[in-house]
Write a protein that binds this ligand. Structure first.
Ligand SMILES: Cc1cc2nc3c(=O)[nH]c(=O)nc-3n(C[C@H](O)[C@H](O)[C@H](O)COP(=O)(O)OP(=O)(O)OC[C@H]3O[C@@H](n4cnc5c(N)ncnc54)[C@H](O)[C@@H]3O)c2cc1C
Length: 407
């Protein structure tokens, strides 16, 4: 591979744009194909973890996020009736990160920043309205079939990275299985300018509500307050988004908030899936195209950004260390999608929806005890902040300090 080698990225979501930016900054030739005419502006990811912020400091992406987001030092576990149960402060991990907080910023703001940077780079071509419909490869090249404004186009590339989301056409073209499951319920996501602190005492900017029926998260993002509530899978989306249904769900929880104050609403299916292989020959998968998880803990996009960093380092090292370096990608990243992201988000989900009264009491006691025990709380935060995951896969160096126990 040399600097004239072309790398095609399929999908201009936050992962594809980040990867394009990291590769282009190395001087590599990048072509980015996006099926939509413009970038998606939806309210999905908003949490960027301490580990991610450390990882992207050198690239300038962290500064862009800091300029646009809100640094939130703590998060809470709560009950609707019980109020605050426990609070965890990232100050406890300040010795391990330069960013002891979660950064809350809408994912589309990161995408807009990256897109404008990429538009100015001479070694980057951005192809909007280009939808991948199929691909084939031989030992030297990949042939892409693309739909563009009603016509079919063929494009050759040296390497391809599919960052085309959960329904990835890249993954399907490779014939790979996307093993896992879809949850029995969907989630309703609501965004409002109403200040949730008026309804709840001592509310943090990041809150997880435990409840057998209304388990939820409630977060402050720069534009709005956001919350999610579970929905039965068989409930029609249109019905779930209707003013009557939304008012019926909100009034017992927050009588002061009603549908008229909801500015953003959406319904999402939730999955826990990971692809069998992250690379087939000259084609790689990253982000949601490779793994999906439930959003409790805000890890899906963070994991995708870690994939992007891993791939960018591998493409850089490969110039010196040769082809076998490409095999490291799946080893580094697939295990983390399962061990870190799936494990953590599933355990958050199980805890939040616990329905047995005595089990809930025990869970609340466990959270309170964890809050009181500094060492355990630190170990917990190193997981939730994804720092442990980045140490494990080698993307961040684990510091060795005498007298400090890190699990
Ligand atoms: C409600 C909700 C809240 C979330 N909150 C968080 C959070 O706080 N923190 C977190 O880390 N994660 C969170 N996530 C997950 C996060 O949103 C996703 O992990 C993230 O968007 C994945 O980015 P991506 O670039 O891989 O894929 P996407 O954002 O899905 O982007 C894929 C892109 O590919 C394009 N595309 C698709 N098919 C083709 C094709 N055939 N050809 C060309 N282009 C194509 C699409 O148009 C799109 O632009 C949340 C998810 C949801 C649903």
């Amino acid at each position: 591979m040399n600097k004239n080698t072309t790398i095609s990225i399929i999908g201009a979501g936050p992962v594809g744009l980040t990867l394009a930016y990291l590769l282009a900054k190395q001087g590599l030739r990048v072509q980015l194909f996006e099926k939509q005419q413009s970038l998606q502006k939806d309210y999905r990811a908003s949490t960027f973890h301490a580990g991610t912020l450390d990882l992207f400091e050198e690239s300038g992406i962290t500064q862009a996020l800091l300029d646009r987001g809100i640094a939130c030092p703590d998060f809470q576990y709560r009950g609707w009736k019980e109020g605050k149960i426990a609070q965890f402060d990232h100050a406890l991990i300040a010795d391990f990160t330069r960013h002891p907080f979660r950064l809350q910023c809408e994912q589309f703001k990161l995408s807009e920043f990256l897109f404008s940077k990429l538009s100015e780079m001479p070694n980057v071509d951005l192809f909007m309205n280009h939808e991948l419909s199929g691909l084939s490869q031989n030992g030297d090249q990949v042939t892409l079939e693309l739909r563009h404004l009603g016509s079919q186009k063929i494009h050759q590339s040296d390497w391809v990275i599919g960052t085309d989301g959960g329904r990835s056409a890249t993954r399907k073209s490779l014939g790979l299985e996307f093993k896992g499951f879809t949850y029995d319920e969907k989630i309703l996501v609501l965004g409002t300018p109403y200040d949730m602190r008026e309804s709840f005492e001592d509310l943090s900017y990041i809150n997880y509500f435990s409840d057998p029926v209304n388990y939820a998260h409630m977060l402050k993002i720069p534009d709005l307050w956001r919350m999610s509530l579970p929905l039965p899978n068989d409930l029609d989306d249109e019905m779930a988004l209707s003013p009557d249904y939304i008012n019926g769900r909100l009034s017992p929880l927050m009588p002061a908030l009603d549908h008229d104050q909801i500015h953003v609403k959406g319904v999402y299916h939730v999955h826990q899936r990971v692809v069998d292989r992250y690379r087939v020959g000259r084609v790689f998968l990253a982000g949601d195209a490779a793994h999906l998880n439930n959003p409790k803990g805000g890890m899906g996009l963070n994991g995708g950004l870690h994939d992007a960093m891993s791939l960018s380092k591998i493409f850089s090292d490969h110039l010196v260390r040769g082809e076998e370096r490409f095999d490291d990608y799946e080893k580094e990243r697939r295990a983390e999608a399962i061990n870190a992201i799936h494990h953590q988000t599933q355990s958050n989900y199980n805890a939040l929806k616990e329905s047995d009264d005595s089990a809930r009491e025990k869970l609340f006691d466990k959270w309170r005890a964890l809050e009181r025990n500094e060492e355990e709380a630190r170990a917990f935060l190193l997981n939730t902040s994804m720092i442990n995951s980045l140490w494990r896969c080698g993307l961040l160096d684990k510091p060795h300090r005498e007298g400090t126990q890190v699990h």
